[in-house]
Design a protein around this ligand. Structure first.
Ligand SMILES: NC(=O)CC[C@H](N)C(=O)O
Length: 369
């Protein structure tokens, strides 16, 4: 066995609770962030590279992580985006013919701090009962007092703007320029599989940096607009909220996913709030109130749209609800070409029940043209 005497490691939570573990491979150092957990049994590479997780320490509840290696095309962005990994059993060996690397090498390329052999069931129960909180994972177990001080200075996710940390610096194109339609996407943390899903339905996408003005997007003359998923609190995203307001005012086809959905709600004067614990997994049940059908969805969010405000807003209709806790899972505007969902129809990872939403977006664009 390669790592018989692995270094001691631990996770210290903001409330002082400590869980012990061991360093993964050559991992050394400390990583701070908001501790959150994902219950997906597959899709670790997609999760680790999803820009929405920027600044978060990821606890994977599946008992085995790494056992099918990694494969370039499964990454949802150009690098690992989580702040650190906490897992139960880390597999140094992998068995999948198509894999092109081990998870250990994949994470090492990003110098990610990862710890394993943690009692993740106890840790998840603690977070579920006490709510989302910051933490630090470390191999510097002798520096506990210093780490406690540093941890106290880590900002709370509530109120934190993070889209600027993951957004593209320059606009870029995705798809076939001879497509039927043009979609302008505001990158506040976009996942690759969203781009694939829009492009494969006959739209050429231009991706714009998070702080692009509406006029600069409109100058490309797009047929529709897209607001992406992304990390952090939606509330500080004043520029994106302004862009959404202008798209809505012009009644251009607009679709938003997750952070983009929250931005659309805020553009309509509906507030968002930090949840006790977010939804992160690939088996979240949602009901489509327009069709009465259920869908099993991929989710990853720690904020949500205020349901009472959304329901009493005369411009809006709540179209989807989360069946576990009745939170808002989707909205549309009654008299505008605009809709959004809190979850991830592009999956990656997760089920494909909700792919119809991309078809709907393209139909909305077609109707408007
Ligand atoms: N996946 C996302 O877009 C997440 C949105 C937002 N950062 C939240 O946690 O609620």
């Amino acid at each position: 066995m390669k790592y018989q005497s692995r270094k001691k490691a631990l996770i210290l939570l903001a409330d002082g609770t400590i869980f012990h573990g061991k360093a993964v491979g050559e991992t050394e150092g400390s990583a701070f962030g908001e501790v959150c957990f994902n219950t997906g049994m597959t899709g670790y590479q997609e999760i680790f590279t999803d820009p929405s997780y920027y600044g978060q320490l990821m606890v994977t509840t599946n008992a085995h992580i790494g056992n099918y290696g990694t494969k370039e095309e499964e990454s949802q962005s150009d690098s690992v985006k989580i702040a650190g990994l906490i897992c139960r059993n880390f597999s140094y060996q992998y068995s999948r013919e198509q894999a092109d690397d081990s998870l250990e090498n994949f994470l090492a390329k990003s110098n990610l701090i990862a710890i394993s052999d943690v009692d993740t069931r106890a840790l998840v129960s603690h977070i579920r009962d006490n709510g989302a909180m910051n933490g630090v994972i470390t191999t510097e177990v002798e520096k506990l007092d210093e780490l406690k001080k540093q941890l106290a200075a880590v900002p709370n996710m509530d109120g934190l703007e993070l889209a600027s940390k993951v957004s593209t610096k320059e606009p870029y194109y995705f798809g076939d320029e001879n497509s039927n339609y043009k979609v302008a996407a505001l990158d506040i943390g976009i996942k690759k599989n969203i781009l694939r899903n829009i492009a494969s339905r006959g739209a050429y996408v231009k991706v714009f940096p998070y702080d692009t003005k509406f006029e600069d997007m409109a100058a490309w003359n797009p047929d529709g607009y897209f607001l992406s998923n992304g990390p952090g609190d939606p509330e500080p995203l004043k520029s994106a909220i302004g862009v959404a307001k202008q798209i809505i005012e012009k009644d251009k086809p607009l679709f938003g996913i997750c952070l983009g959905h929250q931005v659309i709600a805020l553009a309509n004067g509906v507030s968002t709030y930090k949840m006790h614990n977010g939804h992160r997994g690939i088996n979240h049940p949602v009901k489509n109130l327009l069709t009465g059908k259920g869908e099993i969805t991929s989710q990853n969010h720690g904020f949500a749209v205020n349901r009472e405000e959304a329901e009493s807003n005369t411009e809006l209709e709540v179209t989807h609800v989360h069946l576990n806790d009745d939170t808002v899972a989707g909205i549309k505007m009654k008299n505008k070409n605009c809709f959004s969902v809190q979850y991830h129809p592009e999956a990656s990872p997760g089920p494909n029940d909700s792919l119809y939403l991309f078809d709907q977006f393209i139909e909305n664009i077609a109707k408007a043209n």
